[in-house]
Design a protein around this ligand. Sequence first.
Ligand SMILES: C[S@@+](CC[C@H](N)C(=O)[O-])C[C@H]1O[C@@H](n2cnc3c(N)ncnc32)[C@H](O)[C@@H]1O
Length: 247
Amino acid sequence: MDEISLDPTSPEFTARRAEARKALDALDPAKNLEMRGGAADDPLRRDWFEAVYARAQNDPARVPWANLAPHPLTKAWVGAQVKGIAGLRALDVGCGLGDNAECLAEAGAEVTAFDLVEAAVEWAKRRFPRTTVDYRAGDLFAPPADWRGKFALVHECYTLQALSAPLLPKALAELSSFLAPGGKLLIVARARGEDAEAEGPPWPLPPSIFTEARRQGLKPLSIEDIEATADVGRRHWRALLGRADEP
Ligand SMILES: C[S@@+](CC[C@H](N)C(=O)[O-])C[C@H]1O[C@@H](n2cnc3c(N)ncnc32)[C@H](O)[C@@H]1O
């Protein structure tokens, strides 16, 4: 590992990522018709997510979403909060290698971050040995009971779009359930038009995700439809939602 580039903009990193992605796509039941039967047994694609982190062998280039930095839309949102987020209890959902959780913690939030894959969580802890983030392995669909109603800020980046459409209503209901009174959910995800073909995974989210969010107890407070820029590459949503049961 000594000589390899860890700069995500370097040609070496890009080449390793492309090679890994090819192999991972071949393993992904959601991408392979002949493996679709397997997808029914593993709707969360747990085996595939486990394989991503296991096969990476500590090389972040081999984790397709790992850019070794917070997402620019998350980072900018955190920086723009007039009152700041210091002291807020925050939850990062599907935290991967931890960069977004660390961004929230650096701004002073008291952060819990979890991922389906234990190896991801262990890797995040190794990357940030002095972290204040409480990293845990866990499943969005089976969260600890004591997370209900406890978080002032819930953040998800690219996890909803990694879930197949039938899982989204329950995922939104779970996200909603984490919000404390007055709490907010920040979603950062790739966006698509309602009728555009979604050749995922990942499956960019259509505008109707916000209609579904309402059904699941969430109220959109602001929805930004962000066109592709040099910073974010493709069209994205950055949306802030509150609890529908609050004025
Ligand atoms: C596309 S990655 C995004 C990771 C991170 N949020 C980022 O932006 O770099 C989605 C992450 O969600 C995790 N994940 C998938 N399903 C999950 C579930 N049911 N509960 C918790 N995490 C999950 C995956 O293991 C993966 O690390």
